[in-house]
Design a protein around this ligand. Structure first.
Ligand SMILES: [Zn+2]
Length: 295
């Protein structure tokens, strides 16, 4: 183990402790506010309107990261300014959220966190996009993932194709220093590339509903987004330009796979992606094992 890896592990342990401590503090503040019968609280930060039925003071650090998320996404994806507000509804625990979900989204499968976009008539918040999530040990990841969907949708004024929407949300879900070393997806990506199971961009672009987004498709979408945003210089323009065409409602915006074909010969992108994830290097050096998939 290198010094950097040790440092990274210590930082991760320290961060996990910090998250758990904040989670415990939020839970105790919650008990106090429940005892006092507090009304729903609201915190506004730019386009974000966070609401909860408990005192959110202990979540200020987490909510503050939303400004950074919006700024990073805007810069990286060259998004137009957000044209809508985003309501972030936070529930005190999973039980309360489950009950709300059952009453309001009865037919839809339950999720620990979700982003919903509707055209509300006379919406006082001017927020077609709403994020729902509950306090839990993965709260920060849930918050970033769902708010990444919300930022993208508020900037485009519409939904992005599902593979790209989920790939972007998976990418920005991780803390900034872990965007490319995602402990869940990186090792699985290398494995899928080695076995020849990795999804082509064309096959991801054909997915239309959330049912088609199986777990492996989430991982493959994450990997394509990583490569597009951090890979060869020529490819870095593809996603921002595509998103801006979607925002401008260009009727025949060429899909990213078509744009790639105009840049390079068939198969060049996949070969570049294999190099990006160091698949050959890992094949050649059996002692250099991919990171654990445990999470
Ligand atoms: Zn998602």
């Amino acid at each position: 183990m290198t010094g950097t890896e040790k440092r990274r592990r210590r930082t991760t342990v320290a961060k996990t402790l910090a998250v758990l401590t904040r989670f415990a503090l939020a839970a105790s503040a919650l008990a106090a506010s429940a005892a006092q019968g507090n009304e729903p609280t609201e915190i506004r930060r730019g386009p974000f309107i966070a609401r909860a039925d408990f005192d959110m003071t202990t979540l200020e650090n987490e909510l503050a990261t939303l400004d950074a998320l919006r700024d990073e996404m805007t810069a990286t994806l060259r998004l137009p300014p957000l044209r809508e507000n985003i309501v972030v509804r936070i529930f005190r625990d999973e039980k309360t959220w489950r009950e709300f979900h059952r009453q309001n989204f009865g037919g839809a499968p339950y999720r620990r966190a979700m982003f919903d976009r509707k055209n509300y008539l006379f919406d006082r918040d001017d927020a077609p996009g709403r994020v729902y999530l509950c306090l839990n040990p993965k709260f920060e990841n849930d918050l970033r993932h769902e708010c990444a969907h919300a930022v993208l949708s508020a900037a485009l004024g519409r939904s992005a194709p599902i593979w790209l929407d989920e790939g972007v949300a998976e990418y920005f879900e991780a803390a900034p220093e872990e965007r490319l070393t995602n402990p869940v997806w990186r090792a699985r990506t290398v494995e899928r590339l080695r076995r020849g199971e990795f999804s082509s961009l064309e096959s991801l672009e054909k997915i239309v509903g959330i049912e088609g987004m199986t777990s492996v498709k989430y991982g493959d979408s994450w990997a394509w987004v990583c490569w597009f945003l951090n890979g060869p210089e020529a490819a870095r323009d593809v996603i921002p330009r595509y998103l801006n065409d979607l925002a401008a409602r260009k009727p025949f915006a060429a899909k990213p796979s078509k744009r790639l074909k105009a840049l390079a010969k068939d198969g060049a992108a996949e070969r570049s992606l294999r190099r990006f994830f160091a698949v050959e290097t890992l094949d050649a050096n059996a002692t250099n094992k991919p990171e654990s998939t445990a999470r």
